[in-house]
Design a protein around this ligand. Structure first.
Ligand SMILES: [Zn+2]
Length: 502
C-alpha cells in the first residue's frame, strides 16, 4: 500500500512537473485610472510579454479599446465614438524585421480596408543637430518633483552585474557593458537616470494637471506601461551600445524594438534600445560622434516609449510628443504636451494634425513630415489641414514652403496669414534659391506633395519624382561640399522620406 502510494505520488509529482514546464506564466496588471474604485484598464502578460490590453477610456464601464496578441498577429479594436460598437480595427502581422499594417473602418458591421502597408519593427532616430538651427533651452523638470508617484520618489538605482555582460540598472531596465565602456561607468547611468527621472516626473505632472476626468488620454496608458515595466515583473528593457552589424549611417543616434525583434549576434531580444556604438564619452564630459547629453537623454526616453509598442506613422505619435513635451524647448512644449496627453478622436483629428505641425515647426523634429507623408492619402483636404500641411513643412526649409504655397495657389487653395503661418509665409516670400538646380529640386518636391495630398495619387507622384531626382544623387552632391551641399543634404533627407513613405 505504501509502495503504491509512493508510486502514485511519483506520478503526481511528474504530472505537476510537466504542467509546470508547459505552464506559461500569466500576469495581470489592473488600474483604476480615474480613482473611482472601479478597474478601467487591464494589461495581461504571458511569459513577460504583453498579450492583451483592455481599456475603458470614457469610464462607462464598457471596454472601448481591446488589443490582443496571438502568435504573429496583433489585433486592435477601438470604439472611438463610444456607441458600444467597435468602429476601427488594426491588424499588425509580424514578419520578422517588419510587419504588415492594416487599418479598417467599420460601419454598420461592414469592414473597409483603408490602410495596408509594411512598417518596420525597429524604429530609428536621427540627431536633431543637423536638422534644426533652433537652440534648445532645456527646462529642469526636477524642480517640480513634489506630487509625483512613488516609483519616482523611491528611484535610486544601484548597478549590479547579472551575467552575460549585462547589468541591472533598476528592476525592469538593464544595461549592456558596451554602454558603460563607450559612454562611461558614471556618465551612462547618470544619463539613464536623468532620462527616466525627467521623463517620468514630467508625465506624472502632466497627468495630474489634466482636470478633465470624463475621458482619459493616452498618457494614462503610458504611465501604466512604465509602472509595469519598472515593477521588474515583465521582460526588461536592455540598453546596448555594441550593435555593430546595424547600418548607422546618416547620423542615426539609436533605435528601439517595437515588436518581436532580436539582435542575433548578441542574443538580445525585444524589448531593447540600441544606441550608436560610435558615440563615446568625450574628454570634456560631452559626447563624441553624437548629440548633446540633454538631447541623448530625450532620445533614450523616446526609445523606451517605442518598446511599449508605440510607433511613428500609425496612430497618435506618443514617442515624439512626450519627448518634445518633457525634454524639448519651451515653444514646442505646448503642442507637444497636447500630443503626449493624447486626447484626440483619432489621428485624423484636425486638432492633432495642427499640434503635430506646430510641434515640428518649433522643435525641428521631423515628426509632422513623417505623419503627413505616411497618411497623405487619408488626410482630408480642408482649409485647416492645408495650413497644417504648410506649417509641417517648416522643417524642410523655405524653398519647399515657397513652392508648396505657389502650387497650392495654382490649384485654387489659399494659405491664409494667421499668427501660426505669418512667419513662415514671410520666410517663403523672402527666399531666393542658391542656384537653379536647388530651385528645380524644390519645385519637384512640392509637386510630389501636391499630387499626393490634393490629387490623392501618391504612386503617380513618386514615379514622377524618381524621374527627376533621387535622394542618392542629392547625397552625392552634398558630399562634394560645394556651396549648395547643405541644401542638397536637407532636400535629400526629405526625398528619402518620400521615397520610403509615399
Ligand atoms: Zn522614434
Amino acid at each position: 500500500m505504501r509502495a503504491k502510494l509512493k508510486y502514485y505520488s511519483l506520478i503526481l509529482i511528474c504530472l505537476l512537473a510537466t504542467a509546470e514546464l508547459f505552464a506559461q506564466k500569466s500576469q495581470t496588471f489592473e488600474f483604476d485610472d480615474n480613482k473611482d474604485k472601479v478597474i478601467d484598464n487591464i494589461f495581461r502578460y504571458v511569459d513577460g510579454a504583453l498579450v492583451e490590453h483592455l481599456n475603458d477610456r470614457n469610464y462607462d464601464q464598457k471596454y472601448d479599446y481591446k488589443m490582443q496578441v496571438k502568435g504573429n498577429i496583433t489585433r486592435i479594436e477601438a470604439d472611438n465614438d463610444f456607441d458600444g460598437k467597435f468602429d476601427r480595427l488594426e491588424i499588425i502581422s509580424n514578419k520578422g524585421t517588419s510587419s504588415q499594417y492594416q487599418l479598417y473602418d467599420i460601419n454598420d458591421g461592414k469592414k473597409k480596408l483603408i490602410v495596408d502597408r509594411e512598417i518596420s519593427n525597429l524604429d530609428h532616430r536621427e540627431t536633431l543637430s543637423n536638422e534644426s538651427n533652433i537652440k534648445c533651452s532645456y527646462e529642469n523638470f526636477l524642480r517640480g518633483l513634489e506630487g509625483v508617484d512613488d516609483f519616482i520618489d523611491n528611484f535610486d538605482p544601484i548597478i549590479s552585474r547579472i551575467g552575460g555582460g549585462v547589468f541591472e540598472f533598476t528592476p525592469g531596465v538593464q544595461i549592456h557593458k558596451s554602454c558603460l565602456d563607450n559612454l562611461g561607468d558614471e556618465k551612462f547611468p547618470r544619463m539613464l537616470r536623468n532620462s527616466l527621472d525627467k521623463g517620468l516626473s514630467c508625465l506624472s505632472d502632466l497627468a495630474s494637471q489634466d482636470k478633465d476626468k470624463s475621458m482619459k488620454g493616452e498618457i494614462s496608458n503610458l504611465l501604466n506601461f512604465f509602472n509595469i515595466q519598472l515593477s521588474g515583473k515583465v521582460n526588461p528593457t536592455k540598453f546596448i551600445c555594441h550593435n555593430k552589424d546595424y547600418n548607422w549611417s546618416n547620423g542615426v543616434v539609436g533605435y528601439a524594438s517595437t515588436s518581436e525583434a532580436e539582435i542575433k549576434s548578441l542574443g538580445i531580444k525585444h524589448p531593447f534600445v540600441s544606441l550608436n556604438p560610435k558615440m563615446e564619452k568625450s574628454f570634456f564630459g560631452g559626447i563624441k560622434n553624437g548629440p548633446s547629453t540633454d538631447e541623448l537623454e530625450g532620445v533614450m526616453f523616446h526609445e523606451m516609449i517605442h518598446n511599449f509598442g508605440y510607433r511613428h506613422g500609425t496612430g497618435v505619435d506618443t514617442s515624439y510628443g512626450c519627448e518634445a513635451c518633457c525634454f524639448g524647448n519651451d515653444k514646442a512644449k505646448k503642442y507637444a504636451c497636447n500630443i503626449c496627453v493624447g486626447k484626440y478622436k483619432d489621428e485624423m483629428d484636425s486638432a492633432y494634425i495642427r499640434d503635430m505641425a506646430l510641434m515640428s515647426k518649433e522643435s525641428g523634429l521631423v515628426s509632422a513630415e513623417l505623419f503627413l507623408y505616411n497618411n497623405i492619402e487619408r488626410i482630408p483636404v480642408n482649409q485647416e489641414n492645408i495650413e497644417s500641411f504648410f506649417i509641417g513643412l517648416a522643417t524642410r526649409g523655405p524653398g519647399v514652403l515657397q513652392e508648396f504655397k505657389k502650387q497650392m495657389e495654382q490649384k485654387g487653395y489659399k494659405i491664409r496669414e494667421t499668427s501660426e503661418t505669418k512667419e513662415l509665409i514671410r520666410d517663403a516670400k523672402n527666399y531666393r534659391p542658391i542656384n537653379s538646380f536647388i530651385a528645380k529640386v524644390s519645385e519637384a518636391y512640392a509637386r510630389a506633395l501636391v499630387t499626393s495630398f490634393v490629387d490623392k495619387e501618391p504612386s503617380k507622384a513618386k514615379t514622377a519624382l524618381r524621374m527627376q531626382i533621387t535622394s542618392k544623387s542629392l547625397f552625392e552632391i552634398a558630399d562634394e561640399n560645394a556651396r549648395d551641399s547643405q541644401f542638397a543634404a536637407k532636400l535629400g533627407r526629405g526625398i528619402r522620406m518620400l521615397e520610403e513613405l509615399l
